[in-house]
Ligand binder design. Structure first.
Ligand code: DGJ
Length: 312
């Protein structure tokens, strides 16, 4: 398949799940991400082969059930305020984790008012099913901090972390989540202060933690970087360039491990957005997938290739 794609599903609709995440469950790859059509905020499709896509549902919409937590803000819409992208508040980069203890799926995301990006809040929603309807729990500033581009990371022991751009994108924060994943327990790291990082994406391979981040240039692509650590709460390495000066015209959003069905080798796939731009151009945003190469001294890299073989 091509390394850049924007598929249509089996009903002929465009798969809009940007700034998203791919989770493997019950033999399917579930793609979850931003959908800014009509009153939708987050949608889900699934596939077995990345060619045939089945729509599973809108997980969060402006009409979702709201059960606002104390001290959080319930709005998904602000009357009289319009966005240039769809309707209602801006919901970006949704990511979901399954909480073994509560049996619930928990979604964290970036929340902004429709008209501007000044509030910089995170938001949380929950569901009993990965691809079910989510109940919106509200938005807030984690421990009072600004919070924009974000991701989640889960340890094998169930500990989970929310990583987000703070202080007007100047710093990157790593927060440990509470046991139920519904709140922030504490701030564990402030990374690369003043270096303006966006699009954090964390994964682990062979006991090494890797983080991809982009620079901060709106919808325009820039040079991404990678860093590593022995523990997510420990000290992180310096940043190193990842891809070329535009990261091959993409911005990270997730890393997906896939075990190659032919060789049995576990490979790690860079999954990214090639944003169309702001306004109507946003709807031309595409997905980019490239294999991550692991070099000596824990280094990682990607190279451009037009075609990819996911080995599935
Ligand atoms: C870059 C971010 O990574 C995107 O998620 C989005 O917030 C755009 N900026 C908006 O300009």
């Amino acid at each position: 398949m091509q390394s850049v794609f924007l598929p249509k599903d089996i009903n002929g609709n465009i798969v809009h799940a940007h700034g998203g995440q791919i989770l493997f469950q019950d033999g399917y790859y579930y793609l979850i991400g931003e959908n800014r059509t009509n009153r939708v905020k987050v949608s889900c499709w699934r596939t077995k082969d990345f060619r045939s896509w089945e729509f599973r549902g809108h997980l969060l919409t402006l009409d979702s059930k709201v059960e606002c937590r104390e001290g959080w803000a319930p709005e998904l819409e602000i009357p009289g305020e319009e966005t240039t992208l769809g309707h209602g508040c801006n919901i970006e980069r949704p990511k979901i984790l399954y909480n073994q203890k509560t049996g619930r799926y928990v979604m964290w995301m970036h929340w902004e008012r429709p008209a501007d990006y000044r509030e910089a809040r995170c938001a949380v929603a929950v569901s009993d099913r990965l691809d079910g309807e989510y109940t919106y729990l509200g938005s807030f500033n984690p421990l009072g901090h600004m919070s924009r581009d974000c991701t989640l990371f889960q340890e094998e022991n169930g500990d989970a972390y929310f990583i987000s751009a703070a202080r007007d994108n100047h710093d990157l924060h790593i927060y440990k989540l509470t046991e139920d994943y519904l709140g922030i327990e504490r701030l564990v790291q402030v990374l690369w202060p003043g270096e303006l990082r966006e699009a954090p994406t964390v994964f682990k391979k062979d006991e090494i933690y890797y983080m991809l981040t982009s620079g901060c240039t709106g919808w325009t692509p820039n040079q991404s970087s990678w860093a590593c650590a022995d523990s997510i709460e420990g000290s992180w390495s310096q940043r190193h360039n990842f891809g070329d000066e535009t990261t091959f015209h993409s911005q990270p959003t997730w890393v997906l491990p896939i075990t190659d069905a032919h060789t049995g080798e576990k490979r790690y796939w860079y999954f990214a957005d090639r944003w169309g731009g702001s306004g109507e151009k946003y709807y031309q945003s595409q997905y980019v997938m490239l294999p991550i190469h692991f070099g000596k001294d824990q280094s990682i890299s990607i190279q451009w290739q037009d075609e990819i073989d996911l080995g599935i």
